[in-house]
Design a protein around this ligand. Structure first.
Ligand SMILES: [Zn+2]
Length: 247
């Protein structure tokens, strides 16, 4: 059937020109409306984001989360979603397969969430954004730091200063996967350091990471920042693995 072939060719042409949705594969004819270049509006609306009516922007407002993150040194926690599909595919693709376009999408979603909730009015103004650093050996193997890839466009969207080099990871810990909160806290003690003095009067800092699991990494970094006079630390991560209160 000649017309079927032609329709198919036309559709392929449109896909190549407009792009196709990363999740459903449909043509992104409405991408100009959603300002997303990877998702159609249906898939965008279908993402399993945290219910803002419950958490009011800050996940620490949710008692179950607060209870599961004992002895925390940070003050606010902002995540897009629990660690569920499609984030369970996207984050490893960003981290291990270099799908950098996902960082732009996720940073845009985080920025939209920040602005939608008018978090800037609820919490003190932010002075600086930092990202969770990789150890130099790991960076050399991977070639990039996924937290940096998220932090840079987020800082641009929020029009806040970002310093990629302020924090250094001094210990090349083995994978944290499968370790309990207690074990992670032990391995991460003294794993980070400040590479330089922070600009004078830096009172509130955002730390960007891809996933927050036990909060141990965020905690260690917050401890260092508070030691040098930072009053408030906000953790911004794409996903939260809901904490196990037995850890
Ligand atoms: Zn779609």
């Amino acid at each position: 059937m000649e017309w079927k072939k032609r329709a198919q060719t036309l559709y392929q042409y449109l896909l190549s020109k407009l792009g196709q949705c990363d999740l459903c594969g449909n043509c992104l004819h409405d991408s100009s409306l959603t300002q997303q270049t990877l998702l159609c509006s249906s898939c965008l609306a279908d993402l399993p984001l945290f219910d803002q009516a419950i958490i009011q922007g800050d996940l620490l407002n949710w008692p179950a989360i607060n209870k599961g993150l004992p002895k925390i040194n940070f003050d606010h926690l902002i995540c897009l979603s629990p660690y569920l599909p499609p984030f369970t595919h996207w984050l490893p693709q960003l981290k291990y397969q270099g799908r950098f376009e996902l960082a732009t999408l996720l940073a845009n979603l985080l920025a939209q969430q920040w602005e939608k909730q008018k978090l800037t009015e609820l919490i003190a103004p932010v002075d600086l954004i930092l990202s969770v650093p990789l150890h130099i050996n790991k960076w050399q193997v991977r070639g990039y730091n996924q937290a940096h890839l998220l932090a840079k466009p987020l800082a641009q969207s929020l029009q806040l200063p970002y310093d990629e080099f302020a924090l250094i990871r001094t210990q090349n810990n083995t994978s944290q996967v499968g370790k309990t909160g207690k074990e992670r806290r032990k391995t991460l003690a003294n794993a980070f350091t400040l590479a330089k003095e922070l600009p004078g009067n830096t009172k509130h800092i955002i730390i960007v990471d891809d996933v927050l699991t036990t909060g141990s990494t965020a905690n260690e970094i917050s401890k260092i920042l508070k030691r040098v006079g930072v009053n408030e630390v906000t953790i911004v991560a794409v996903c939260l693995t809901l904490p196990n209160t037995n850890n």
